[in-house]
Design a protein around this ligand. Structure first.
Ligand code: GLU
Length: 512
């Protein structure tokens, strides 16, 4: 690569950042890091009608949570500050006016009604309803009006926009790193507005000007921007910047789990998974959207999952640290076709990270929950519960919620096990077994509890399988759960005996 790699994530702060946007940011970040490049955050906030308070903060917090570090941006500063387009407003006009001087753009004075009328007229005659090389000649612009009239209108403050003047029929070709050659004819394109009536640039102008001024080497963005790329290529050409035009890489869409269409917030609501990194509440409607963070996902799991939604490593490795992702990532291995969101895979990733994390870290995460449930236990105890429960659950909080019996004696008992296995004989055996447990110490090992149990069954000529489940139900209330001997050892002799006796009383009463 012959120029320094400089990439940007350029969101518009119009609401919470979709998880697909986080993936775009992640791919930019991985690419930048891999090539010792620079990752830039630029806020594209020129559309003031769509500005949403809090969205910028949300974007920054989301990136930080997932582990994406920004080197140049609104908070970090940098050689091309400011990094918010609204603060760069005065920079853009000169480029639009420069194009007018070269005959590559023009002033257009058409009112909303006139534009509407044009569209209707063209539609009626089955023509492309666009402001383009054909229709512009019948509209009110500096191509059709005299120079004096144009000056007069501008001087008296008439509303106007500046539009690009595209050639009538020309091929626009560019190479996309992911899609290969893309060829579009200007006959399919329209004379897009570059500068709006309020003096603000449109997305197209601001995006191209800033990518140029900020020395962006690669534009890595979602597929939804592919239709804009030919216009951007024309702008680079018209502005005389074609030799430093960035390379384009349009990422595949994130699709619904069923594969038909773009993943939306509604899919998340429907299928019960978040489509946003963090919780978000809409100020106006009060509508709430849940985030991966608050739903209990680890940021590492989310980054890992997102990296693999559209990119395939050369081997079949699935678990990657951020450093490994940086090392392995390449744009060439990003696929062209959309990537289906897979909830089970998301859960699987979280479970993998739950198992890999130090228990002390998981403890810190769930300590507030333990406290809020009023469980008065030490850290060591909770960490033991975590290591016993984490193979069975996907979220840290579930080690506690599904392992309730580590903190409270059961008040209900698994009905199926009782019906099938809890006979009057078993009840007697359990009580006798508890007397055997009396001989152990309170903090005896799982192995000693187990051998006491086995010996007891042998003496009584009992199949261990017949007594094991009643024992589990007596102690935990549940038919399945944590490894039984470790659970029993952690609860301790006294508690276990107490639970067996109380279960025996309650259950023998109910089966009697
Ligand atoms: N502002 C655009 C967005 O919201 C940026 C697209 C691009 O990266 O060029 O995604």
């Amino acid at each position: 690569m012959d120029r320094p790699v400089r990439v940007r994530f350029a969101p518009s702060p119009t609401g919470p950042l979709h998880i697909g946007g986080v993936r775009t940011a992640l791919y930019n970040y991985l690419f930048a890091k891999k090539h010792n490049g620079t990752m830039i955050l630029r806020l594209e906030d020129t559309d003031q009608t769509r500005f949403v308070p809090g969205a910028e903060e949300y974007i920054k917090k989301s990136l930080e949570w997932v582990g994406i570090e920004i080197q140049e941006g609104p908070d970090q500063g940098g050689p091309h500050a400011p990094y918010r387009q609204s603060e760069r407003k005065p920079m853009y006009r000169q480029y639009a006016e420069g194009l007018i001087e070269k005959g590559l753009a023009y002033y257009a004075f058409d009112t909303a009604e006139e534009l509407d009328e044009m569209r209707k007229r063209l539609e009626a005659s089955k023509m492309q309803a666009a402001y383009d090389s054909v229709s512009r000649m019948s509209m009110k612009n500096s191509l059709t009006l005299s120079a004096e009239e144009v000056k007069l209108r501008i001087d008296r403050g008439d509303d106007y926009v500046i539009r690009i003047k595209l050639p009538r029929k020309e091929e626009v070709r560019f190479h996309d790193v992911i899609r290969g050659w893309v060829v579009v004819s200007t006959t399919q394109m329209d004379d897009k507005v570059l500068l709006k009536g309020d003096g603000m640039p449109t997305y197209h102008l601001a995006n191209v000007v800033d990518d140029y001024l900020m020395g962006i080497s690669h534009v890595i963005r979602g597929e939804e921007w592919l239709p804009s790329a030919p216009l951007h290529v024309m702008l680079y050409r018209f502005l005389g910047w074609e030799d430093v035009m960035p390379q384009f890489a349009h990422l595949p869409l994130l699709l619904k789990p069923e594969g038909n269409g773009k993943l939306s917030k509604r899919d998340g609501d429907r299928l019960g998974f978040p489509v946003f990194p963090l919780n978000w509440e809409d100020d106006k409607t009060g509508e709430k959207s849940s985030g991966y963070k608050e739903s209990g996902y680890f940021p590492e799991a989310v980054a890992n999952m997102l990296a693999l939604l559209g990119w395939h490593p050369s081997n079949n490795q699935e678990l990657f640290t951020m450093d490994e992702l940086i090392e392995a990532f390449s744009l060439e291995k990003v696929s062209k076709s959309g990537a289906k969101f897979d909830l089970n895979k998301a859960l699987w990733f979280n479970q993998q990270y739950l198992q890999m994390k130090p228990t002390s870290e998981v403890y810190e995460m769930i300590k507030p929950l333990v406290d809020s449930l009023g469980y008065d236990v030490c850290q060591e105890y909770v960490e033991s519960v975590i290591s016993m429960m984490r193979e069975k659950v996907q979220f840290a909080k579930d080690t506690i919620l599904q392992g309730k019996y580590f903190f409270e004696a059961p008040s209900e008992y698994d009905k199926q096990v009782i019906e099938k296995k809890w006979t009057a004989d078993m009840n007697t055996h359990l009580v006798e077994l508890s007397s055997e447990f009396e001989k152990l110490t309170d903090s005896d090992s799982p192995e000693n509890f187990e051998s006491t149990f086995k010996q007891f069954c042998e003496t009584k000529s009992l199949k261990t399988g017949n007594l094991l489940q009643p024992l589990r139900v007596a102690v935990s209330g549940e038919g399945t759960g944590a490894p039984i001997w470790e659970m029993i050892a952690l609860l301790g002799k006294e508690e276990v005996i107490h639970r067996i006796k109380s279960a025996s009383n309650k259950i023998s009463f109910s089966i009697a």
